[in-house]
Design a protein around this ligand. Sequence first.
Ligand SMILES: *Cc1c(COP(=O)(O)O)cnc(C)c1O
Length: 482
Amino acid sequence: MCPTEDHHVSSIVYGRTTNLQPLGVDSAAARQGIKRFELPDEEMDSRLAQRFVQDELLLDASPALNLASFVTTYMEPEAEQLMLQNLSKNFIDAEEYPSCAEVEMRCVNMIARLFNAPLDDPTSEALGVSTVGSSEAIILAVLAAKARWKEMRLAAGKDASKPNIVMNAAVQVCWEKAARYLEVEEKYWYCRPGQYVLDPQEAIDLVDENTILVVGILGTTYTGQYEPIEKLNALLEEKCQKTPGLDVYIHVQVLSRVASINASGHKYGLCYAGVGWALWRGKQFLPDSVCFTVNYLGSPQVSFTLNFSKPAINVIAQYCKSESLIPNKTAHESSDQFLRLGKAGYRAIMETLTSTADYVAEEVMKLNGGDFFELLSEGQAQGLPLVAWRIVKADCPYDDTMAPHTEEMKLLRVVTFLRDLKDTLHYLDHAPAEIQKHLSKSEGSGTLAVAASRVKHSKKQNVHLHEKHSLQGKYGKTHAIC
Ligand SMILES: *Cc1c(COP(=O)(O)O)cnc(C)c1O
């Protein structure tokens, strides 16, 4: 009856063996524990099962303290209640849940209008889908661009076997995945000390007849800076006009040569993890060959997603957050229970985050004598509301590694806090040698909470630490969680 290494035991599960207490306590179960890798032979009391899992999850850090990520960790009780009420709905089942499909369509249209999507008239429907996150949205955008490019090349009797994407090597790992999974060559523009966003001319110089997309990022992973989309757009327009047969588009912002955009629902869309958005400029950028027609209430509906089934609650949560973006809503309608932030609400939150980030940046720059850190992020709303900085005075082991060609640079990034930083600096400087060694060797972003859990999961991680194929493998760039 004794637990072994293969068991998980709980310190909270306790009580009498024979007579389950109201909270599902059971000392025999507590003593024996549960097997880690094997499905139990017998069922157990639901309260006991809940207790075991609840217990296990106590080891996780509190999401509200996670400053390493852009992903939303707070939603109001009303939004959570709405999500709970709709937990059992499968989003793909539009025949059973037509309102969910309607909600998605409204969100797509609101976001498209925010980005000034070129619509035939103010009432036209924009083209886009909800996704599980930005990664799915990006993979879909690359897929559509590749299919369009391939059809164009084949129709012109040209070779269509070597597609490429032009992008900043500071891209998030999902772009590497998209390129690798869809067999598209990655053509990188490399950062250099002092410049971490695409140089528009150098990027456009990389474009050739095999380029299926140029990527522009509004808020890069490392420094939160905005890439110069307008300049990229103008130079690409010029190059395409000068070069017969060249017809290349950008993925991101709505300008004349922008084909597609993705926007994150669970980052600055302010919803819990599980929602993103992909939008296309028009039907010509979403070839039929990648769309599938599913039957919806007896009429066909076009589906272009990686997953089939997925929860409906994330889309519903997004709608709840942004319903008041619907133009021409009357005051009466605006008071309905789903309504929440609207343009004004989002603006207010972003302004608060921006002023907090500006304050933190200013204070961080004052630390350790004032010339210890260099600020890498932009303030005053010229980039994302985050603070990224590096140590200029000494080598420091507790940090992320920058993008390729700037890998000798180490940075720290927080997504908007401060008193703790001073304590942390002190702690790290005086940490036992063992911890210092661990931190200096660890991969991934360097928060202390994560460092602790990393010790626990190190066996699993080591299997993948030796990857050679990615920018992380080649240059030590951190596949940071953003
Ligand atoms: C978070 C992030 C991604 C990946 O998005 P997911 O929603 O986590 O799949 C891609 N690019 C940037 C710039 C990001 O910040």
